[in-house]
Design a protein around this ligand. Structure first.
Ligand SMILES: [Fe+2]
Ligand SMILES: [Fe+2]
Length: 152
């Protein structure tokens, strides 16, 4: 892949991760069960690291990575499920499951790109994080540890 193309492709991954951070920001506010909230905070940190690592690859190639803005509404209007109208732990997690299905599909597709090894390594590492995020949310939606417990 030509470096101009590669910069464009990596920027699209950064967009996905920035949207994920905003989605986690909203979800974390709506979840009142601490154990789950803490895990989601860790996942948000993973997405921040994805943005940082991808952005430095983009800069190494002379590109200008997408900017992260705290008050920004998101890049992928049609992609991510907005959490604005969602209330409660379970509904928020269901929305995040849909969102993580998207990040997983996006990274899975990125693994098929023809890219240098150092870029491939970052994509693969991020993809493993995304899988972990999805699996946790999927599992906790089945075990529902918040049921019958006072909000913490
Ligand atoms: Fe991510
Ligand atoms: Fe994720």
């Amino acid at each position: 892949m030509e470096s101009k193309d590669l910069i464009k492709h990596l920027s699209s991954l950064v967009h996905t991760d920035i949207d994920a951070i905003h989605a986690y920001d909203q979800a974390i506010e709506k979840i009142d069960y601490k154990e789950v909230r803490d895990r989601l905070s860790d996942f948000r940190t993973d997405h921040h690291r994805h943005v940082t690592d991808l952005s430095s690859l983009i800069r190494d190639m002379g590109g200008d990575p997408p900017e992260f803005k705290r008050d920004f509404k998101g890049f992928l209007i049609e992609g991510f499920t907005a959490l604005r109208s969602v209330t409660g732990t379970e509904a928020s997690l269901k929305a995040m499951k849909t969102n993580e299905r998207l990040t997983n599909a996006t990274y899975e597709k990125a693994l098929s790109w023809d890219v240098p090894t150092n870029v491939r390594d970052v994509i693969r590492k991020n993809r493993e994080d995304e899988r972990r995020h999805f699996d946790y949310i999927d599992q906790v939606l089945q075990s529902k540890p918040w049921e019958g417990v006072k909000a913490a």
